[in-house]
Write a new protein. Structure first.
Lengths: 343, 343, 343, 343
């Protein structure tokens, strides 16, 4: 059994990690930290976990994290980097579900996250944990940067086109829509039920932290610098991301459906829908699957790709566990082989 | 492996059965019928099941249901009784998730369901599938009447008090609230999103089919005729039932919390919450658990019991599978041992 | 034109007051205070009011509240009582939408609101602002205590029965359900969208501040002490309260429908629905109406009364304006004569 | 008083028309037709209108529509054209809120609406009822084609840029999101609460009827053929449309904010938000306003325009009444001068 620890388990990513790990056949949950909730039973905060998780939250300092085989960090940005060096030196592998190790350029990181990076050398060592792109490296990684939720869906939507150099990379448009759990469990007026229910809005049009992350990955895939106009929106639902991506073909593309099906044929968690489909976010709710449909409306220039994920699973906790499975040579879908819940 | 068939799998109970059975370790899904959808792939109708269920719907007549070990009937009321005798004679066990075999009195049944019962003799043979009451009989049953969603939550809420004759059975009040999936997947104006979202209402105050079912079970438990004022309400959410039950004690009750904890100590799917709790329906969402909290507000006469279930799981498909597990001597929680999904 | 001021206008009651007053034909909005938002334009915080409200929030000390004819206090509990004496002495009338003047007994008040009352003498002078009960007194009042949202719906539901001494007042049950806006606009984890959407729960079963307020009014109406088992619940919707009230008749009641219709025949904001109705909260959304249906299910003892209001209108801002209209001899429905918005 | 009739008043546009007209100061509601509901009281179907609308639905043949000054048609597509000639000949003005008179080309109309047009000559005579474009013609019109909900928001979003020839018209992208009431009140499985709540999806990517309508108007504004990639999405909320529009400037644009503010300075129902804003659909809920924000993210090519409307008001019934006000020389905002309802 793999000994697992979690840093910062009181948010939505934390409880989702706990939910999946609780029935993972190869994992023993050792420790979960929370400075604010030290001493509280996990199941007192999250009654959904009664009879499944018997741990109490402990203060980070008393946690004995070094005894674990792997640590998931599910904290706000800027915390994982204060633990990383110590844990890696102790031989513990680390998967950061926040953004501390996603960008390669420390100056970019400082600009977007508003603080200096504490271990810029580790930025280079960290592997970007998108298995559909980096499976081989993830298997050998000691430090994995779990991708953001928007970047996961947008990258998977564009990957086949960019790898094959079929579209113009200088004018990509990603219109993305997320459920409210993506905003986290912090007490903010803007995320109150009475503020966001029965309403819809865009946000951060002038620039969102996931923008440089998306462009970094897509540029690597394309082999040249790409530019993405990325506009995130808030949907009055708890879970789910729907990315609608618009790309201009450089040339006539013969079998775009076949291109996607072929590229993802062996991927356990990417499902290319039949031509003409409109995937719903609920078709992936509480599952680690990304479903994709690709459209090329007659007589129009733009290819339209629709990609849906559950932001807390493939967009956070589930993908982190997929990465753990790879790092420890387990079946890639171990603990994750369950259908979505619908309705 | 147990060979399972499903009659009428295009509703919410059907897709929930499929979801749970798809990963049940001791089950092989053989056949699923739908007259209207014969020939359609299950996963075309429910993309959430892609890669998990590879069956097509078949017309009932071609289904070969007799080759199964057990049939779940997830049809509208009045259909299961047209299959029951034939299947039982063929040695197939049957679990009806609709209401055909819930009431013992055929006249009552005809009154509430608006048609004559076609096999009143089987009403006597059928076992009411509430394991917390009838576990022993369920294990031996060939025909199980799976309880209604409201009756499940209300019976579990009152059971310890009635078994111990501690409350007045002539003036019980059950104020119950259900998510909209309880109304089924039929196309009705009243269940449109724009009709039920951002609204709340009671319905069927003059009488609901679950009323006689509740009174039948509670009267048996109490050993005398009980009367329940039962008012169901519709909540703008998909899943979940919350029953708030009011009972007047016949006498001073010393340790009502202990009474509940003791009664349910060995029950795998009933969780008595700590004193003072207010269980949320989300704490049981997509799980087979019923969580109960019992209150006796100071200086007031009424005991208040709060009970929550997922209407599609413990209130329908999950309880049906719990019954199947009992009938086939499997672990009672086989396929059902997963935590609720929160948020 | 009546000069109106608002103390504490940044919550949901505040914005609802502003919305209604903005088109009220006899009102001039003079000033609105907020210590935290002083200097902010009202329409910057609430873009829905752009072009309708041109005021900025001002600090209370600079507000010149004494120049107004009437002040609405839409602050948290405990604030209005610090302004009341000064304003009343300056000849300004006051309508407190919070709870400072609702209870007559200062000890009860201190117990439930956790602080000493600062002007217990004014508790006696204050008129409880439920026009259907106290219309005459409200017209003459200088200080009005606007009722709570739950008490408004529950009192209107029971009033005809209690006035006529037709039911047992010692075992009343009020099972009430409220939308989330009733919890206010404060940043609390418990009111986040991802916490309350797709879920339902009871709260404060052991005792809620509106309990003594309900019993105070009902006891006066009944002419004897009544006891109400009051259980509030949280509904995943923004606006609306649905109270389901259970009362045991003392005797055969011949024409309960006629009793309600007669009692409320002249009330502009109480609508007795036809016999057999189930009022939906959306039928009163964004309106000042309370709709009531009364049921007496055959062969059962309990009368069941269903009452719906919009908690922010008849349960708060609308009723406050109805009270203002009465205090200033305007048409009682001035500014309030608009239908509910459906869907 | 203007005598008003409504054809087909049982849908969401119908009830919204009734809600606004009920308090319109210059209107008398004469008649409302429904073949299926003839004889039913309007307020029995829509209790929100009790005390405000006292009409019964009547069969179209008995309706005496010719006695009205103006008829609103709120039927499914294809019905208004069967009434138009007769009503116009009788001197009645007509506002069709469905699509019968929106497209100028009868072949296009037949292609997208699946039937032959019955009075192609009237297509030329009909005025497209977008006051911000056609105010002068609407004032003189006898037959107005009320615009679609998506076209209203997308046209208002792009109008200033296209009129000034500032953007490339051959690669416009309109990613639009609508609440569920836009799908109407028909009983369809796809619009059930349990199907669309907690989910998000695109639809009709291969082509939507509003596409040619959008391109027709935008081409006229631009003075050249434009091409729009239009992708509609379904949001789990009742009301509201949010259109996110992406346009590529042909040249450096100096003061894009000023361009929008100037263009809409005199428009009573278009509100240009301050630079950097993100309008929420709730900021226009139940109001006739369109709020627009224009962004040009630094160092990126695309201009991003955000436009929100209430699909049932500015996107249907409200705009129809705005058109009626213009046609009858009333104040343009008569009956419509109310703030949005928030929360």
């Amino acid at each position: 059994m793999i000994k697992v620890g979690i840093i910062g388990g009181t948010g939505y990513t934390g409880v989702e990690l706990l939910r999946i790990l609780a029935t993972h056949p190869h994992v023993e949950l050792e420790v979960i930290t929370s400075r604010a909730e030290a001493g509280t039973a996990v199941s007192a905060m999250f009654p959904s976990l009664r009879r499944f998780v018997n741990l109490d939250f402990v203060a980070p300092d008393d946690a004995g994290l070094e005894k674990c085989d792997v640590i998931f960090s599910a904290t706000p940005n800027g915390v994982a980097m204060t633990y990383a060096r110590r844990l890696l030196q102790a031989g513990v592998r680390m998967i950061d579900i926040a953004a501390d190790f996603r960008l390669k350029d420390p100056e970019q990181w400082a600009k977007w996250y508003g603080m200096e990076h504490q271990c810029p050398d580790l930025l280079q060592q960290a592997v970007y944990g998108l298995p559909e792109v980096n499976r081989g490296e993830i298997k050998k990684a000691r430090l994995v940067a779990n991708p953001g939720c928007y970047p996961t869906s947008i990258t998977l939507a564009l990957l086949p086109l960019l790898e094959a150099s079929l579209v113009d990379g200088t004018d990509l448009i990603a219109d993305a829509k997320s459920g409210v759990s993506g905003a986290g469990r912090a007490a903010k007026v803007g995320n109150l039920f009475a503020e966001v229910a029965e309403s819809f809005k865009a946000y951060a049009v002038s620039g969102h932290r996931h923008g440089p992350e998306i462009e970094q990955t897509l540029s690597t895939l394309a082999g040249e610098a790409v530019a993405v106009t990325f506009v995130p929106h808030l949907v009055p639902m708890i879970r789910g991301i729907h990315s609608t991506v618009y790309a201009l073909p450089r040339q006539q593309i013969e079998d775009i459906q076949g291109l996607y099906e072929k590229r993802y044929a062996d991927e356990p968690f990417v499902d290319v829908m039949p031509a003409g489909s409109h995937p719903e976010t609920r078709s992936v709710r509480v599952s680690n699957t990304c479903r994709i449909a690709v459209h090329h409306p007659e007589s129009r220039g733009r290819i339209v790709v629709l990609a849906v994920i559950d932001n807390l699973v493939k967009g956070a906790a589930g993908q982190a566990i997929q990465n753990m499975n790879l790092m420890f040579n387990l079946d890639e879908d171990s603990g994750l082989a369950t259908p979505a819940t619908l309705p």
